[in-house]
Design a protein around this ligand. Structure first.
Ligand SMILES: NC(=O)c1ccc[n+]([C@@H]2O[C@H](COP(=O)([O-])OP(=O)(O)OC[C@H]3O[C@@H](n4cnc5c(N)ncnc54)[C@H](O)[C@@H]3O)[C@@H](O)[C@H]2O)c1
Length: 336
């Protein structure tokens, strides 16, 4: 069992590691000890081993409450977004809050999470909640889900979106350690979180889950064997889990984005592919980008907003008869 919330501190953002408070600022904070398991987390894509990683933080400015008075498709709902500090997560959180949800941002990166939370607070809508949680750590995941249940009474929706791309290297040069790390986060971590949330949903009558996969998992993008394997696993996992959870009134679908930009991620991706040494990519990132776009029937990149719209559809009652599906959002690239 995970330990109960042990203290309320005067703090907007506080980290606690095995009995040690780290930082406090302004409002009320619920803190739970999380003393078991691996003490590690990702900060800006880098594996960091530190006592900070054993932290488990829950912001709780007003005690237990539920969304009230907000309209929209998610009015009164409690939507958990993992990878909530990342590009997709932040945009999704904004959309769900605008549509009336109590949004929970969950991520392993405290600084980025704090920035995401500050931005989300500017969005009109009900109260948000922030949980620092490394999904590779069972105790942290259980504690996080417990805290959300205590805060909002239930979890109705999960965007299971946290992910790690891993190295961009051809198979013969790929590090087995990094391959393992990618699976630990993208597959085992995603399953761990999903299972814990689904147990919660089962107790309260059901829910909706969307897993973030990738078109890479369908196409076998070269020089990304770990990522490709992990996203193919998510697509398959979505089907098995959807069957298992249908009797509990829980729908589970996947979204598979590709070629999202412009911006840092798109540029970085092309640079990594260009540097990968793979014969499938040109050495010039600009040419890599051009070649990728050449394979897209719609001849343009997709926006983060277009991914979020697909996720909102899958999470909403507009997709009430969909489960086990994989919604590809790629401008037609995957068509053969
Ligand atoms: N951006 C794209 O073009 C693209 C395309 C296809 C699929 N995806 C997938 O979409 C999802 C979100 O991508 P993004 O572009 O927002 O990336 P991002 O890097 O901006 O966000 C990913 C987030 O996941 C968090 N995270 C990583 N490991 C974690 C862990 N162990 N526990 C908790 N949180 C952890 C990171 O801290 C980060 O905030 C990922 O699963 C990614 O694989 C992205």
């Amino acid at each position: 069992m995970f330990p109960p919330i042990t203290s309320f501190a005067r703090s907007r953002f506080c980290t606690r590691s095995v009995g040690r408070s780290w930082r406090t600022a302004s409002s009320q904070l619920a803190v739970a000890d999380c003393t078991n398991g691996v003490r590690s987390a990702f900060f800006g894509g880098t594996m960091m081993t530190a006592t900070a990683a054993a932290l488990y933080v829950v912001q709780s400015p007003g005690g237990s409450c539920r969304a009230e008075g907000a309209g929209g498709r998610f009015a009164g709902k409690v939507v958990v977004v993992t990878g909530g500090a990342g590009d997709f997560g932040r945009a999704g959180a904004t959309a769900f809050k605008r549509e009336g949800a109590n949004v929970v941002l969950l991520d392993a990166a405290p600084k980025q999470l704090q920035l995401a939370e500050t931005a989300l607070k500017q969005v009109p809508g009900p109260e948000e909640f922030t949980v620092v949680c490394d999904i590779t750590n069972q105790a942290q995941v259980e504690a996080a889900v417990g805290s959300i249940e205590r805060k909002f009474g239930r979890i109705t929706h999960l965007w299971n979106n946290a992910g790690y791309q891993g190295h961009v290297k051809p198979t013969l040069e790929y590090s087995v350690e990094d391959f393992q790390k990618v699976q630990d986060i993208n597959v085992v971590g995603a399953f761990r979180l999903l299972q814990c949330v689904a147990k919660s949903m089962q107790k309260t009558g059901g829910g909706v889950i969307v897993n973030t996969a990738s078109v890479a998992g369908l196409r076998g993008t070269p020089a990304m064997p770990a990522y490709v394997a992990s996203k193919a696993a998510i697509q398959a996992l979505t089907m098995s889990v959807a069957k298992d959870l249908a009797p509990f009134n829980i729908r589970v679908n996947a979204v598979s984005p590709a070629l999202i930009g412009p911006g840092f991620m798109w540029d970085r991706q092309n640079q990594l592919h260009a540097e990968s040494g793979s014969p499938y990519f040109a050495r010039d990132p600009g040419v890599v980008a051009q070649n990728k776009l050449g394979g897209v029937p719609m001849k343009r990149l997709g926006s983060i907003d277009e991914i979020v719209k697909a996720v909102v559809f899958l999470m909403s009652e507009d997709s009430s008869y969909c489960t086990g599906t994989n919604l590809i959002v790629d401008g037609g690239m995957q068509m053969r």
